[in-house]
Design a binder for this molecule. Structure first.
Ligand code: SF4
Length: 339
């Protein structure tokens, strides 16, 4: 996997069910079921879907902020290095890996300690990860702030003294401090004003090039994903239903769910969205998903076979669609079973 920084295979995670009386002891609610993807080095892979589809759980499982119940996560920090089996690491090994794999959270306000100045937040990280020694700390701090578009006078201020966009810049600087290879950004702009969102997205795009980063970008907003992603994976009820290049998803969407999501974006024409039919109903509970295709209770194209059996993966080159109505490409069956 020399050109792949992150490979995820058949990832599963279930949360303990709330309400012991209702569900009984030990009952778990599946949040992620069989998610697989590759993140090519230097690219941005966007995981998209409605709230509750499991995309944030995928991110947390990769970082082992929650422990996956099954699957494989392989991470290759640098080209030529053998991949690390993230789920097989013990605590000490995981601590050593963490600097390479960093996360930017949705809400910078809650992810920054209000009692610590920017100097302490960033300085302690730079020293802890031995990026610099004490003698080189001040110029390194100023350089880090300038990379995220902040002046040196921010160093002695506290989180409450900044705007939302500036706080997210500090959160990005904190993620960059240990010199990561992969940044997982979980809805990094959804708590920001629209005018500030573009600035933060432009910042992430510039840092990706300057630092040779790869991004796993989690978002519910396809209009944002369209501007940042090289590849897109669409999730529904804990599973990926369609994945491909940005052009595959935005110009040639094949799954009815993807089409419906695209049809809901005001700037994308219905024709481009592939006759996007509006979504109906609510996302079913993951404790009792529909039989067969999980999307069938909301799908305007559902047929009898959709109730009877889950759709297989059909493949165009690099474009995977889980729908009975999509046509498989001959010769790609074997590949489809691997991702
Ligand atoms: Fe709709 Fe059937 Fe395709 Fe599922 S398999 S998305 S229910 S048409």
């Amino acid at each position: 996997m020399t050109d792949v920084v992150l490979r995820v295979r058949d990832l599963h995670h279930a949360y303990p069910a709330q309400g012991r009386r209702l569900w009984g002891r030990g009952r778990r609610v599946p949040a992620v079921e069989g998610v697989s993807f590759d993140l090519p080095r230097g690219q941005t892979l966007a995981l998209v879907g409605e709230s509750g589809c499991g995309k944030s759980t995928v991110a947390r499982a990769i970082l082992r902020l929650v422990e996956p119940s099954a699957g494989e996560v392989l991470f290759a920090a640098r080209p030529g290095e053998g991949p690390v089996d993230v789920l097989g690491l013990n605590r000490a090994q995981l601590r050593r890996l963490r600097p390479r794999l960093q996360m930017v959270f949705q809400d910078p306000w809650s992810s920054l300690n209000p009692r610590l100045s920017v100097r302490r937040v960033l300085g302690e990280l730079l020293l802890f990860h031995r990026v610099v020694d004490r003698g080189g700390l001040e110029p390194a701090l100023i350089d880090l702030l300038s990379q995220v578009g902040l002046d040196a006078d921010a160093l002695d201020r506290f989180p409450h003294e900044f705007s939302g966009g500036e706080r997210q810049r500090i959160a990005i600087a904190r993620a960059l401090a240990p010199r990561p290879t992969l940044l997982i950004a979980d809805e990094p702009t959804s708590a920001l004003d629209v005018s500030v969102q573009a600035q933060v997205l432009n910042l992430l795009a510039r840092l990706k090039v300057e630092r040779g980063l790869s991004y796993l970008f989690i978002s519910h907003d396809l209009s944002i994903v369209r501007h940042v992603a090289d590849r897109v994976a669409v999730m529904y009820l804990g599973q990926i239903v369609e994945s491909g290049t940005r052009e595959d998803i935005f110009e040639r969407p094949a799954h009815p769910y993807t089409r419906a999501l695209l049809g809901a974006i005001p700037t994308v024409s219905r024709a481009k969205a592939g006759q996007g039919v509006p979504l109906r109903g609510e996302v079913p509970s993951s404790t009792s998903p529909p039989s067969g295709c999980r999307f069938r209770s909301r799908c305007p194209l559902a047929e009898e076979r959709c109730r009877l059996s889950p759709p297989e993966v059909s493949v165009r080159p690099g474009h995977r669609v889980h729908c009975h109505l999509s046509s498989p490409v001959e010769g790609d069956r074997e590949e489809s079973t691997q991702r």
